[in-house]
Design a protein around this ligand. Sequence first.
Ligand code: HSE
Length: 303
Amino acid sequence: MVETLESQAMVEVRAPATSANVGSGFDVFGVALDKPADIVRVERADETSIQVHGAGAQYIPEDPEKNTAGKVAEMLDAPAYIEIDKGVRPSSGLGSSAASAAGVAVALDELYDLGLTDQELVEAAAEGERVVSGSAHQDNVAPCIMGGFTVSGDDGTLQLPAEFYCVLALPDVIVSTSDGRDALPREVSLEQRATTVADASKVVAGVLQNDIDLLGRGMKDEVVENARAPLIDGYEDAKEAALDAGAAGVTISGSGPSVLAVCRREQRPDVAEALVEGFWSADVEAKAYQAKVGDGVQVLSRR
Ligand code: HSE
């Protein structure tokens, strides 16, 4: 751990929700959302302790060994008192564990003036993800740290300028990331691989060209989406309703159960209503909120 005169005693950050996969980019694509967000506050301490409150806090272990943020503090050799105010509900498919892990990574970097690069922060935060899902996937922590739309690969993260609008629907269904991953097949055919590459290319081109229809056409994955859809009661109804209401693309957000619908700004109220009614037609309660592509972790205060 490197300490300098500029080091802080306390740092508070805002770490946004994210939507991973965006259909065809399983474990690769992710997008930062403008809301909701976790607020993470860190203070210097001799050993790490964690307090969690806010949305779904009762489901999150405060033992640093079992907590995503505790793992990040250990990785960075940066002990701290960590307070997390959850705005992103756990097991929602909106990058809840990633928001805490990424928020803590950035906050500890500031607190101890570690001078880490974005990619180093992404890698540390991804180790936090491993604690909850068994896999150090970077597709939530990367957009959470860097903002915008990200492409995570084995040689680092690409950040693409992105500006699009969306609706997120959160049904009253629980799907943990590990259950969502266990549902996936271990092998894919060459035909499926080719289709996924074509669809993922449409997503990237759609983002870069600001072509929402092209982006929406690529937002599907017959392997991952088909395997997970049965875990989310009402998903097919909600998807169909949102597409009928004008959404350019609809898919499962991360490992679910949230649903991501990309659409034009003015269509968001109709798409939000359609998603809720679609779930309702399958006897599932859901809440929807309107969002857009957002920034990465922001430092709110330091002293
Ligand atoms: N890419 C991950 C998955 C995101 O789909 O399992 C979940 O956090």
